[in-house]
Design a protein around this ligand. Structure first.
Ligand code: XMP
Length: 321
């Protein structure tokens, strides 16, 4: 049968055959697909692969470290991080409309990634772009290959014409569960291998209202608590995902510590799903919900209320924006 180790060996052979003595570049998102794709190509061509990671400031707590420290430790891959946090905040200033946020984030991401790629390509003559395209993506898009368009997880177009790469897609024949098995076998960190789906625009579309540095810090803290408690409860692999959403333009009265507060609610959105097309709200145990609520309102000063979203999809989408 097609065991995980034979998948790995065959893929490494195929990448070596394709890239030869060439050089490649791979954008890391913090998610499992790009990490496994990069790890495979790293095994195949070593330091002739450069990974590029754009920190857009919309990631969750610990995700940058997972890439910079844990992914690099596990793979030995050469990594170039671009700190673009201020740039994204500037571009998002004053913007509340969800579609506009997505457009801006997608546009800025492409610009930053292009600039970083151009920089690497200039000094190293890079001819190949690695992408974490999975088999279902291949089927969905009609099976085409070879053209350098960035995967639409940032909901945007492709690379400019003057930067031509041949695509390397080591996961093209694999389903998600196979990708996770390959990642585990390659020794990638658990946090990456079993990361739940997380949208390209990140926390930017989980702040209802304008995205600011303070609001991001608030949401990041609340989200980290929810994820931590879900993990302690052993439920993080049972659910599809549990977005935490900050209602940044809503305030309500509370009593915390010494007196009256006028803070923001966060929404817990735990969902169960097979493919994200439809979803059911997850009946999390009350004691877990209580722990999450107590910890968030104790530990995150700006949040004085935790509410639970009990809407299925349809009619609600999984994300609030
Ligand atoms: P919705 O909110 O449409 O989400 O029910 C379905 C799945 O897609 C994810 N999602 C996104 N992923 N860019 C992404 O890469 C996006 O703009 C985006 N919006 C939603 C969402 O987390 C869920 O898993």
């Amino acid at each position: 049968g097609w065991t995980t180790s034979s998948i790995i060996d065959d893929t490494i052979d195929a990448v070596r055959a394709q890239v030869g003595e060439g050089r490649a570049i791979c954008g890391l998102s913090g998610g499992v697909d790009s990490a496994v794709a990069a790890a495979l190509v790293q095994r195949a061509i070593g330091d002739r692969l450069t990974c590029v990671f754009v920190d857009h400031g919309l990631l969750r707590s610990g995700e940058r470290e997972q890439v910079e420290r844990d992914f690099v430790a596990a793979t030995g891959a050469k990594l170039h991080t671009v700190d673009a946090r201020d740039r994204f905040l500037d571009a998002l200033a004053g913007v509340s409309d969800p579609e506009q946020k997505r457009k801006i984030i997608g546009r800025e991401f492409i610009r930053v990634f292009e600039a970083a790629t151009a920089e690497v390509a200039e000094s190293e003559h890079v001819g190949f772009l690695v992408q974490g395209t999975l088999y279902p993506d291949v089927v969905e898009s009609g099976g085409g290959s070879g053209t350098a368009t960035i995967k639409s997880h940032h909901n945007v177009g492709g690379l400019p014409d003057d930067l031509e790469f041949e695509l390397v897609e080591p996961l093209r024949a694999l389903f998600k569960d196979e990708v996770r098995r390959v990642g585990a076998e390659l020794g990638l960190p658990e946090t990456i291998v079993h990361r739940q789906p997380f949208p390209g625009p990140g926390l930017g579309i989980r702040i209802i209202g304008e995205v600011t540095a303070d609001r991001l810090a608030t949401l990041r803290a609340a989200d980290a608590i929810a994820r931590e408690e879900l993990t302690y409860a052993g439920l993080d692999r049972d659910i599809w995902q549990c977005p935490v959403v900050l209602l940044a333009d809503v305030r309500s009265v509370g009593v915390q510590g010494d007196g009256r507060t006028y803070g923001h609610p966060v929404v817990l959105r735990p969902v169960s799903s097979e493919d994200a097309m439809t979803a059911d709200w997850t009946r999390l145990p009350y004691d877990l919900l209580e722990r999450i609520s107590t910890r968030i309102t104790n530990e995150v000063a700006e949040v004085n209320r935790v509410v639970l979203d009990v809407t299925s999809k349809p009619p609600g989408t999984i994300e609030w924006e």
